[in-house]
Write a protein that binds this ligand. Structure first.
Ligand code: 5GP
Ligand code: ZN
Length: 112
């Protein structure tokens, strides 16, 4: 599948390896890396590998891949037992600051 990137987007740069990040998991459709400013003991961002500004523009195929990836990471880190929270901020009034759709996976001492 062809992925669409935006040269100015920070998450596209992370996907292309132009900006370093602590990658937790990567597959054909998604990348997951530690948030640079963690709000919990575990704070991972799951990002589809296509430049879509928010969840309103994300198609069902990518949505499924994101959810699969979240569940895989949760199992691998034992969060399926401990518990975790998934957050998506859609738009400015929700506090979205990076306009490449992403999901926050948080667990332990959540400071939101
Ligand atoms: P939003 O506020 O858009 O829902 O979430 C954006 C998140 O991206 C924030 O939690 C912020 O800390 C994180 N972030 C912004 N720039 C970078 C970066 O260059 N690297 C990483 N790892 N996280 C980033
Ligand atoms: Zn992007």
């Amino acid at each position: 599948m062809e992925h669409i990137y935006d040269d100015e987007c920070i998450f596209c740069k992370i996907i292309k390896g132009e900006i370093k990040s602590a990658i937790v998991k990567e597959n054909e459709y998604c990348i997951a890396f530690n948030d640079v400013s963690p709000k919990a003991k575990t704070h991972i961002l799951i990002v589809p590998k296509t430049h879509v500004k928010d969840i309103m523009y994300l198609d069902d195929f990518y949505m499924c891949k994101v959810l699969e990836t979240i569940k895989e990471i949760a199992s691998e880190l034992g969060l399926d037992e401990k518990g975790f929270r998934v957050i998506n901020n859609c738009g400015k009034e929700a506090g979205q600051s990076v306009f490449h759709v992403h999901f926050h996976l948080l667990s332990g001492s959540i400071k939101f």
